[in-house]
Design a protein. Structure first.
Length: 366
């Protein structure tokens, strides 16, 4: 019985997803688990410890502060920081985090920090832009970057990587194949002029791994797939959503035709209507765009539309015709009523919905 709003995280499903993704890889290919943004809303420390015990090879976070928390919790596996900020380079070194260097500014700043700390061959990862146009050196710079790094003793290149732009969209296959070719050519150009170490390569995310297995190289980066989603039109039957967001009915009102619900009278009843109030709102990650009959929940296995404007701590749902009472359990999303479908109902994606779930909502691991 649900007594308060909570997020249930199914560790058996997480393990199943991990092992399923492993089956897509050759035995020699490393799997990196992306645990940025609180492990997509799940709890990065708990998830990372669980995956480390399963044998994951690498972790990635977005920012240095996220990596520091993992290290302080006892995580030992290598941690790649995808978008490190220069001001925190010293902390990265202190906690043995491996930065992505993606521009002249970040490269020169890290070399300076490494030299000041008298480091020798500190591992870094060099990112090249192959079409996403977000972060990364331009591919044409591979030779000059390699020559610069070849002379630098304080750091060494552990990997060369890039990021696919549309690997989940089969209509963009031609673009993705061009990315793969550009990445491969960039890597070959780099290693012709950088002989200090032998960097490994990684390009694929979850959908890249599934749709473009020829590009798995030496490592793949899996984020959303570990949590049970792949964002592809043709879904993979091997992935199971690990999160269930549950709440309950706090109060029920029977309102008359013409009466309103919520702030700004966002909902006006066109007939006698039964309204249930639930203890979850936009401060918990259910954005205002889910209101006004765009989003929904499940009450006793029946869909109930969210009516009126989403409040900070509450939503109201239409339970007319649903046999329910105060205290009954409510499913916002689970493995059967997916977060992906709920997100799509409001024109967004599962990433946004699940990573936005507030930390004031308790996490329960089962």
């Amino acid at each position: 019985m649900v007594k308060e709003t909570f997020l249930e995280i199914n560790l058996s499903a997480l393990e199943k997803n991990y092992r399923f993704l492993r089956t897509k890889l050759s035995s020699k290919t490393m799997l990196l688990a992306v645990v940025k943004a609180f492990a997509y809303g799940n709890d990065s420390i708990f998830i990372a410890k669980f995956l480390e015990d399963l044998g994951v090879d690498y972790f990635a976070v977005a920012y240095i502060s996220e990596g520091v928390k993992l290290r302080k919790s006892g995580i030992k596996k290598p941690i790649l920081v995808l978008h490190p900020q220069i001001v925190n380079f010293g902390r990265a070194i202190e906690h043995k985090l491996e930065p992505s260097l993606y521009s002249e500014r970040t490269l020169n700043a890290f070399i300076k920090t490494a030299s000041l700390n008298n480091l020798l061959m500190y591992p870094v990862h060099v990112k090249f832009n192959t079409g996403l146009n977000r972060l990364g050196f331009e591919a044409g710079r591979s030779k000059s970057i390699a020559l610069q790094l070849e002379k630098e003793s304080s750091i060494c290149v552990k990997s060369i990587f890039s990021h696919m732009a549309a690997s989940e969209d089969l209509n963009e296959n031609a673009f993705t194949l061009k990315q793969i070719d550009l990445f491969s050519n960039t890597f070959e150009s780099f290693i012709k002029h950088y002989r200090k170490t032998t960097p490994f390569r990684h390009l694929c995310n979850t959908s890249g791994l599934i749709n473009f297995p020829q590009a798995e190289f030496e490592m793949v980066r899996c984020g959303i797939g570990l949590y049970g989603f792949d964002n592809m039109s043709q879904k993979s039957s091997g992935l199971v959503p690990i999160m269930s967001l549950k709440t309950l009915i706090s109060q029920i009102h029977n309102i008359k035709k013409g009466e309103s619900v919520g702030y700004n009278r966002g909902f006006i009843a066109k007939k006698p209507t039964k309204i249930a109030t639930l203890p979850i709102g936009h401060a918990d990650g259910i954005g205002r765009y889910y209101g006004n009959s765009q989003g929904y929940v499940y009450v006793n296995n029946q869909k109930a539309l969210i009516v009126g404007n989403v409040c900070m701590d509450m939503i109201m749902v239409d339970v007319t015709g649903i046999n329910c009472k105060e205290g009954d359990s409510v499913i916002v999303f689970d493995c059967f009523n997916s977060a992906e479908k709920l997100a799509e109902s409001c024109g967004t994606i599962s990433y946004e919905l699940i990573s936005a779930i507030s930390r004031r909502i308790k996490r329960r691991f089962v």
